[in-house]
Design a protein around this ligand. Structure first.
Ligand code: ADP
Ligand code: ADP
Length: 229
């Protein structure tokens, strides 16, 4: 991103400058943490990277200039965004069909769809007996994992995670964080993680970007960033 700014509801009484003059570069295969107080612009930044929000300035993701709408429309094939509380977006009759929805939209053949769904559900530790259940029959933690599987089944090159483990117990949280690290290290998936968990940031991130009031105020490896607090 080069000199990127975003204003919500411009020209209205609710106008809000959410991102201001952002310059940011994330390398392929990197694990980047995005931290900062509530309202500092973290979620907005992830949505820009996913091509879901636009502003002023330059954004290039996976080689695509995101200014033209047609390029933003292409991005969903390569970028997976896990929203906060992604389980709210489960809607199919079975867990299997929910996870298959995206790959089917890609126009993949059914054998490939099945392979991806099984792989994604195995990766998040949802056992086969849950695949035929309604997602609404699952526990909260299982629903979260099913929703994350929906994104993983798209096999994104860039994985954008907005507090993906909020509200989960420590064990489930650790398993998912291990999974995201593995995807990064073993499959060269680029990960951008928004979190308030400084322990996770310190242990896993290659680099940390700190936002405050819509600006990048600090950036570096965890050691550098935490040393100057
Ligand atoms: P964070 O994820 O760091 O909590 P956000 O990106 O959600 O921050 O919000 C950044 C700023 O933009 C905040 O001031 C927030 O109130 C504002 N904002 C977020 N979403 C909207 C929206 N849809 N309309 C207007 N303002 C918004
Ligand atoms: P469609 O209307 O093409 O069936 P959706 O309604 O599911 O697709 O999503 C509309 C667009 O929003 C997608 O083309 C994609 O660009 C974007 N999108 C939705 N969810 C995600 C996500 N989890 N990650 C990245 N992009 C998404």
């Amino acid at each position: 991103m080069k000199n990127f700014s975003l204003t919500y509801a411009p020209g209205t009484a609710l106008q809000r400058l959410a991102l201001q003059d952002i310059n940011l570069s994330v390398a392929k295969g990197e694990y980047r943490a995005l931290i900062g107080p509530q309202g500092s612009g973290k979620s907005t930044l992830l949505q820009v990277m996913a091509g879901l929000l636009t502003g002023e300035g330059q954004v290039t993701v996976a080689g695509l200039d995101l200014r033209p709408a047609k390029n933003r429309d292409q991005l969903w094939r390569q970028v997976g965004l896990v929203f906060q509380y992604p389980e709210r977006q489960l809607f199919e009759d079975t867990v299997f069909n929910d996870v298959a929805y995206g790959p089917r939209n890609l126009g993949l053949n059914e054998a490939e769809v099945q392979r991806r769904v099984r792989a994604a559900l195995a990766a998040v530790n949802l056992p086969p007996e849950t695949h035929r259940l309604s997602p609404f029959k699952l526990s909260g933690g299982q629903q979260r994992r099913a929703a994350i599987a929906c994104v993983l089944a798209m096999e994104p090159r860039l994985l954008l995670l907005d507090e993906p483990t909020a509200g989960l117990d420590p064990r489930a949280k650790g398993q998912l964080m291990d999974l995201f690290s593995r995807l990064c290290r073993e499959k060269q998936v680029t990960v951008v993680l928004v979190t308030h968990d400084m322990e996770e940031v310190a242990h896993r991130a290659d680099k940390v970007t700190v936002l405050s009031q819509g600006r990048v105020v600090l950036e570096g490896c965890p050691r550098q960033v935490f040393a100057c607090r």
